[in-house]
Design a binder for this molecule. Structure first.
Ligand SMILES: [Zn+2]
Ligand SMILES: [Zn+2]
Length: 316
């Protein structure tokens, strides 16, 4: 049997990068991922000297790989890193993830803050879903904005000026397609992962894996024996995102590199859409910029709090 050799060092290759044709050994594969991440960070000026970066560490493979790679990049670039972990209150699921996240942060020597939905919003996710009357509001639609807000609160608490999350190329393309299919071009622009924080926002959100395939992050985690949670969220919503994910994977299998072309198109579209004029208002309750007032997070908190209150009255 023919053994493939690494394109860069002639060692035995373990990875074939289909879209470029490269065969890579473990060491060169690892370096290529670190280098890609470093390039994305520098191309979009995501992290500067002296920045304080709050990284959302959920215990899943993407956030743990990001933590691992940012620590390696930190050796050459001077910035501070703090891990933020959110306990959404999902029984028999979050406990393990939090334990994994705590271990990873302490092993990396990174300070960590754990915040729970319960302490921030007065209810956990399980409780919120139990009280939800209309099932058409999906669990992810409730959890997503709340987790985003929780990480923001955590970042402010530790004085960070940047929030880094492990969103990869696949995540970004799925959201892009969801917005495209729902006719919401303003959201495509709002979700541009390259955009810098507006002056009034203080905190910039960055996605250093935005140009990296999910499969490559999974392979990096495997090669580096990163321990991560494999259990799927019990509330995982089998909505259109799963269908889009499967279709995009099919396209990529037949036409290697098509995801990289798609993100180029997304960037091009972002540049040619005007900002939603409504986006410029700020929420009366929390002060965050939003296209509606109150913002969708404050509306969600209010909606769930109301349901939780009325159900505890009924149970009296
Ligand atoms: Zn090599
Ligand atoms: Zn608000």
């Amino acid at each position: 049997m023919k053994v493939n050799l690494c394109l860069k060092c002639q060692e035995k290759a373990v990875y074939h990068r289909k879209y470029s044709g490269e065969n890579l050994c473990p060491n060169c594969f690892n370096n290529s991922l670190i280098e890609k991440t470093r390039k994305t960070i520098s191309k979009y000026k995501m992290i500067n000297y002296g920045d304080k970066v709050a990284i959302g560490v959920s215990g899943g493979k993407d956030s743990l790989a990001l933590l691992d790679i940012l620590i390696k990049i930190k050796e050459y670039k001077d910035f501070e890193l703090i891990a933020i972990t959110i306990d959404e209150g999902i029984a028999n699921y979050r406990e393990e993830a939090i334990e994994i996240a705590l271990n990873a942060a302490s092993k990396a020597g990174v300070k960590q803050v754990v915040l729970s939905f319960k302490e921030l919003f007065n209810f956990g996710l399980d409780e919120a879903l139990m009280n939800r009357k209309e099932k058409k509001i999906t669990s992810c639609a409730i959890c997503g904005p709340l987790r985003r807000r929780a990480i923001e609160i955590g970042a402010k608490k530790v004085g960070a000026n940047i929030i880094a999350t492990g969103h990869n190329l696949d995540d970004i393309l799925q959201s892009f397609m969801i917005n495209l299919f729902s006719g919401d071009v303003y959201r495509i622009k709002a979700g541009d992962p390259r955009k810098e924080a507006k002056k009034e926002f203080m905190i910039r959100r960055i996605k250093p894996f935005m140009e990296i395939y999910e499969t490559e992050i999974a392979f990096y985690s495997f090669l580096n024996e990163l321990r991560f949670q494999t259990l799927e969220c019990p509330h995982m919503n089998e909505g259109i995102r799963t269908e889009i994910r499967n279709s995009l994977d099919n396209f990529e299998n037949k036409h290697a590199g098509i995801k990289l072309s798609l993100i180029k198109s997304m960037f091009e579209i972002c540049e040619n859409i005007k900002l939603n004029p409504k986006q410029l208002q700020s929420c009366n309750i929390c002060g965050y910029n939003s296209s509606s007032n109150p913002c969708s997070t404050c509306k969600t908190v209010e909606y769930i709090s109301e349901l939780t209150r009325s159900s505890s009255l009924e149970n009296r």
